[in-house]
Ligand binder design. Structure first.
Ligand code: ASP
Length: 438
């Protein structure tokens, strides 16, 4: 029998109605054996996530404020779920214990993690599955980094003894037994870790959208969903700001070659997006898989006669960046010019020093910083096979009357990145979209 690990995000577990949908999804397929829940999320736009409420409690305690009334609201989130599901069990002791531990300096991460912990207990009871505390099986090293090998071995052995289980997302334990969380949105990571540990056939990540859209729906007119995308393509798109999945959640499953399926709890009939390591079984009819862009870049533009003949020139310039702790994003260069694309924010407080060092130490003819650049990535594994893709991109941009300030095409031919003025961002994105998708 197949094994699937299913992770449900906060909006999928925000209230009793969603718990029911989640249970229906799980029970519809016996392969959905291991479940990773987030904490209850927002029920409506102005609502507060339980995780945020817990962080707030922590702050209140630090400020010696009384948390009694506020904590009652957290308790009520769980009580209302239990009540509306028609379940009959006493959750008050568990909730009281968490409150007391928070009042006794158990730490910020402990407080934040309880959203998942408590939700996991309720969900396990509702499903009739075993509850396995992530504290017992997800480990961090002394220095705070995730200990993948120890986790994989302990979690793998533990779960092998259970046909079904609920493992709360977002946290694990430190060598001294204290609780540590991943970064925000980290239940995605737990799901991937569990999928790897049980050698799952599929990691289903259930959220409130039917997968990735080909581009930002706030800018593009009704972009279609992406059916399949490779890990590599996804990296390119998420780096450019397309987010649905926590970036770090890709590594554990990618390592094990397990596909991820992004699904919509509110529309389980939709296939969602399949994220795969190779596209052997998932060919694409489209030339481009997706489009993404990001504002807030600057170019350090350098000119020097005979630059191409000067051995070590690039190294000298990059060393100056390194000394100033500025990392670069792209490095398109010409015969006598070099353009270093960096995030504008990385230059804060360093502009003068950088310009001075580059002109003195690298003895350049001219150096300046140009701001207001945005980058747009046209990503697609289909580009390798299709001739003339770059020409189509540039023609489309040209037709929109936009001036291209930078071009970078990786040799993998997986993406073409162009830089345009920030003011031209939306126009450029739409023009490329019209060319390839409409
Ligand atoms: N509940 C945590 C957060 O809000 C983790 C997650 O939902 O993935 O960040």
């Amino acid at each position: 029998m197949q094994t699937k690990v299913v992770k449900f995000g906060g909006s999928s577990l925000a209230d009793a109605k969603h718990f029911k949908q989640v249970a229906d999804i799980i029970h519809a397929d016996p392969a959905r054996r291991y479940v990773v829940p987030s904490a209850p999320g927002k029920r409506h736009k102005t609502d507060t996530k339980v995780t945020d409420m817990l962080y707030r409690c922590y702050e209140m305690i630090r400020n010696h404020e009384d948390i009694d009334e506020y904590y009652k609201q957290i308790e009520e989130r769980y009580y209302s779920i239990i009540r509306e599901l028609g379940m009959d069990f006493d959750f008050s002791k568990e909730l009281a214990f968490v409150k007391s531990a928070m009042l006794h300096a158990s730490g910020r991460d402990y407080a934040a993690s309880r959203g998942e912990y408590l939700n996991g207990i309720v969900l396990a009871k509702y499903l009739g599955f075993e509850f396995i505390d992530a504290e017992r099986a997800i480990f961090f090293r002394e220095n705070g980094t995730f200990d993948e090998e120890k986790t994989n071995s302990v979690l793998g052995k533990l779960l092998a003894r259970h046909k079904n289980a609920v493992i709360p997302g977002f946290y694990g334990s430190m060598p001294n037994g204290t609780i540590k969380t991943f970064s925000r949105g980290g239940s995605d990571i737990t799901g991937a870790i569990v999928a790897r540990a049980v050698g799952a056939d599929l990691y289903e990540n259930w959220t409130d959208v039917s997968g990735f859209m080909m581009g930002d729906p706030r800018i593009l007119d009704n972009p279609p969903p992406i059916e399949t995308i490779t890990y590599q393509e996804l990296r390119e798109l998420s780096y450019m700001g397309a987010t649905v999945l926590h970036e770090d959640s890709i590594f554990p499953v990618r390592y094990a070659g397990i596909p991820i399926n992004i699904r919509n709890t509110n529309a389980p009939e939709d296939d969602g997006t399949m994220i795969v390591s190779s596209t052997e079984h998932y060919d694409t009819k489209r030339i481009i898989t997706g489009l993404a862009g990001k504002k807030g870049f600057s170019v350090i533009h350098i000119e020097k006669d005979m630059m191409n003949a000067e051995v070590g020139f690039g190294r000298r310039v990059l060393e100056i960046l390194e000394d100033n702790e500025v990392s670069f994003e792209h490095l398109p260069s010409g015969i006598d010019t070099m353009s270093i694309v960096v995030a504008t924010s990385a230059l804060e407080g360093r502009r003068e020093r950088l310009l001075n060092s580059i002109s003195r130490q690298a003895r350049v003819d001219h150096v300046e910083i140009l701001d207001g650049l945005c980058l747009i990535a046209v990503v697609g594994r289909g580009m390798v096979k299709a001739k003339g893709t770059a020409a189509r991109v540039f023609n489309a941009v040209n037709r929109a009357g936009v001036n291209i300030r930078m071009i970078d095409q990786g040799s993998s031919e997986l993406n073409i990145i162009i830089g345009v003025d920030e003011d031209d961002y939306e126009k450029t994105l739409s023009a490329i979209y019209e060319e390839f998708v409409k």
